[in-house]
Design a protein around this ligand. Structure first.
Ligand code: ANZ
Ligand code: ZN
Length: 813
């Protein structure tokens, strides 16, 4: 079967959408793969899920777009090229060919004519074009800033590529380095990224929404200005803090600025200067997570100055510490040790005072060592005394606003997106640096800025600047503005830029006048169902959402959110653990396919668990799946010899099973319970087999009707077996073009039973109820019975005993 059908599907071109407006359109997309070697078990699971949806929607009569492509820029290709003295494209495109062949064997119902690769000049031309549009809108800019730096890979790392203070790839401890870097101003969209999530509720997993919300991290609070008094010849200076608890202003007993912020250098007195410099050196290597950990012992340096609390005039010693982050809020805080644990730890380490200002009824934090953050009445707080926390927050804001020393504000955890990488295998940033004109965008008609194809091997190895900087022919160019000698920007873009818009490109992958044809995007987008791993729950989705909003503002599309619904498939484990080289528990997909066949592997992936749960490959039985497939397939052998399509005359019991299965399967598929559909399908196959062997026999039209339904439903999971079965039934290929079976409602009527209703032990009514009636439902029906109401004569009901489906006993008061 695996040898026969792919050619037929390709010949008939059954997976491409008609795109002629004759049918309603649907767009289903799997997160596109990265071409590292061949496909693995994880791909097999995710793509099997997406394919169920695509195939189901086609059968339901939708015109389905189900494209495939590769996220083909990135570091592994570069590392492989260095090792093999090759160009990264060689490794990349060889792996893409391998994966493409595997996808075809795996019978993913993709429209191959729309295939794209982000490393093709025809694609990255438009990545660059988009960068320039962002640049024009002030959404792409360069600034000098401390960045996470891997001293081994010699590259900048995004925060999320730093795991426990070490480089995600090589494990080397990450340091900070100050570099001129490109950023996208995603913070300008923070509010919309948050608010538009309302649209996604119920269609995206709640935990993904929570992770996005968290990452954006909106906090409401206030800016409050403290005056740091003049000291040791240093002038007075106003310093603003961000606080979510302005109600605790009277509880502030010291003041802290981020030790690595420039502000600390501005404030420190000459006597304390050396101590501060030593301290700054020590904390350089720490990650933000370590710095903020409540586990770590608190460290810091007194700066020799005092800050005046604007509410009560108190003088607070000013410290520099690493637990305050330079790039969050204002980089300075008022410390309230009684109600913030990190401040309390610091106060105890340096013997600073602790003053509770909210009486929560708990032990005094100065004694217990545990800061309190609950509700309570304000104390020790002058005119705020007696107010609740919420009232006091509002009142404190009024007070500082009236005094001109502060205002209400909203702060976001979200940072701008650092997009430049000092690496080769990515889309070059289309900017030229000219001594006369400064930053000059490469004109659109000179795009793409192509990567040189003569850099290979050692020339690509990391040196701290992009390998492109060493390619003199490439770097030196003429300024597009004044024509004088100038230099190309040598950084390339983060590959997340490539993947932030590929779903749009699929609507018109060969379009040459822009990143996508407006009308085509309007026809197909947003994506109706997106499928992919939870590891992309934050960045890829956030960045794609950001791009979509900018493109909307540019007038290129008219929707706010790119992905209407999201499915996060679980992981494929082996022996309860993620597959990994170090555990040696990897399972090779191609071996599984060779051993059990594509259909058995696909069916097993889906049957093993609900889509969002993990699959433990040690617990499943692909050989069991293969046996089931053979059973289903053999139905076709029996039916073929006894055709008959007058279904109305078929065996009613079997017909009832068929129609119930089809109806349930549709409901289950709509609800994303794919695994249960397979269980139902197995029951249908069993019932059909019974009808052939022991029931009305193979000549009964219901047997053919059942087998046709089996072929159609099975095609979602096991495309080869289903296609073969369909052919055995005498149909032209392909089952992909079949229609989802129509359900005859009259065959769905459920079995009923008689339920007895008693009041105080005496039978008062008998009700015909569905055999699977729930206890709640039966109780409601019983209490609504006119006989029961009459018997109760308005008396209250003390108790209702329900034994579904047969008995209800009502006990009056
Ligand atoms: C006084 C206070 C009293 C605070 C209290 C909390 C509790 P979220 O909710 O995460 O936004 N903070 C502000 N900037 C900081 C920085 N750069 N580094 C470390 N901590 C910082 O947290 C806001 C709170 O975190 C702020 O409110 C501030 O401490 C601290 F009982 O101000 B709070
Ligand atoms: Zn110039």
């Amino acid at each position: 079967m695996e040898a026969k059908w792919p050619a037929v599907w390709e010949e008939l071109d059954v997976f491409a959408p008609a795109d002629d407006g004759s049918r309603e359109r649907r767009y289903v997309l799997d997160m596109f793969p990265y071409p590292s070697g061949d496909l693995h078990m994880g791909h097999a699971e995710a793509f099997a899920m997406g394919d169920v949806v695509a195939r189901y929607w086609r059968l339901k009569g939708y015109d389905v777009l189900h494209p495939i492509g590769w996220d083909s820029f990135g570091l592994p290709a570069e590392n492989a090229a260095i090792k093999r003295n090759a160009h990264p494209s060689e490794w990349t495109y060889a792996n893409i060919d391998t994966q493409a062949a595997s996808f075809k064997r795996y019978a993913i119902s993709a429209d191959w004519s729309r295939r794209l690769h982000t490393s093709d000049p025809g694609y990255y031309r438009w990545t660059q074009w988009l960068f320039l549009r962002f640049y024009e809108r002030g959404l792409a800019y360069r600034k000098n800033s401390p960045v996470n730096w891997c001293p081994k890979d010699l590259t900048v790392l995004a925060n999320e590529q730093v795991v426990n203070g070490a480089c995600e790839r090589c494990g080397t401890p990450v340091t900070k380095k100050s570099l001129n870097q490109w950023y996208f101003k995603i913070t300008e969209y923070a509010d919309r990224l948050l608010d538009d999530m309302d649209e996604l509720k119920g269609h995206w997993p709640e935990r993904v929404l929570a992770m996005q919300r968290n990452w954006i991290g909106r906090s409401e609070g206030a800016h409050v200005r403290f005056t740091v008094e003049e000291a040791a010849g240093r002038p007075a200076k106003d310093v603003t803090v961000f606080t979510t608890r302005p109600d605790t202003l009277h509880g502030a007993t010291f003041f802290v600025v981020a030790a690595d912020a420039h502000l600390a250098l501005d404030l420190v007195t000459p006597e304390q200067h050396d101590a501060l410099m030593d301290y700054r050196e020590k904390i350089k290597a720490l990650s933000d997570i370590e710095r903020q950990s409540t586990e770590r012992e608190k460290t810091g340096v007194f700066l020799g100055r005092y800050a005046v609390n604007p509410l009560n005039g108190e003088k607070l010693p000013v410290w520099a510490a690493d637990y305050v982050l330079a790039d969050y809020g204002t980089g300075a805080i008022m410390a309230v040790p009684a109600h913030d644990q990190r401040d309390l730890d610091f106060a105890q380490a340096f013997d600073l005072p602790v003053r509770a200002v909210v009486d929560t009824g708990e032990e005094d934090p100065a004694v217990s060592g545990a800061a309190t953050s609950g509700e309570g009445k304000l104390i020790n707080s002058g005119e705020l005394d007696g107010l609740s926390k919420t009232e006091a927050i509002a009142r404190a804001i009024e007070l500082v606003e009236a005094a001109g020393t502060g205002e209400k504000t909203v702060n976001f955890r979200l940072r701008d997106w650092l997009l430049s990488r000092q690496r080769f295998w990515g889309a070059p940033i289309p900017i030229v640096h000219c001594d006369e004109c400064g930053e000059v965008p490469v004109p659109d008609d000179q795009l793409p800025v192509r990567l040189p194809d003569d850099l290979r091997g050692e020339a690509l190895s990391p040196k701290g600047t992009s390998p492109l900087a060493a390619a003199a022919d490439w770097v030196n160019t003429d300024c597009p503005n004044c024509g004088k000698a100038a230099r190309r920007d040598t950084d390339t873009m983060d590959t997340f830029v490539d993947s932030s818009w590929y779903y749009l490109r699929f609507a018109s992958p060969d379009y040459t006048e822009g990143p996508f044809e407006k009308e085509a995007a309007a026809r197909w987008l947003p994506v109706d169902q997106y499928v992919g791993g939870v590891e992309h729950a934050i960045l890829h989705l956030l960045y794609s959402r950001f791009f979509t909003k900018v493109l909307k503002d540019m007038g290129l599309i008219d929707f706010d959110e790119p992905f209407r619904a999201l499915l996060n498939q679980g992981q494929v484990l082996n022996g309860g653990k993620a597959m990994s080289k170090s555990l040696g528990n990897g399972v090779d997909l191609s071996e599984q396919l060779d051993k059990f066949g594509v259909d058995a592997v696909r069916l097993t992936m889906i049957f093993a668990s609900p889509p969002e749960d993990d699959v433990d490959w040690a617990d499943v039985s692909p050989s069991g799946s293969a046996k089931f497939l053979a059973r289903a397939w053999r139905l076709g052998q029996d039916v073929a010899s006894a055709p008959g399509t007058e279904y109305d005359g078929g065996d009613r019991a079997l017909r009832s099973v068929i129609h119930r299965t089809v109806a349930d399967a549709a409901d289950l598929l709509d609800a994303g319970k794919f695994n249960v559909v397979i269980a139902k399908l197995m029951e249908l196959v069993n019932a059909t087999r019974k009808a052939i062997d022991a029931g009305p026999g193979a000549a009964d039209p219901a047997v053919r009707e059942a087998t046709e339904a089996v072929a159609i439903i099975l095609s979602l999971f096991a495309p080869y077996t289903a296609e073969d079965l369909w052919a055995q039934l005498g149909h032209e290929p392909s089952v992909v073009k079949a229609a989802w079976p129509a359900v005859d409602e009259s065959l769905l009527v459920q079995e009923t039973v008689t339920a007895v209703v008693q009041v105080a032990g005496k039978v008062r009514d008998r009700l015909e109820v569905p055999a699977d009636v729930s206890e709640d439902e039966l109780e409601k029906l019983a209490l609504a019975s006119p006989q029961v109401i009459r018997t109760l004569e308005g008396r209250e009901v003390r108790k209702v005993i329900v034994r579904a489906p047969k008995l209800v006993n009502i006990v009056p008061a």
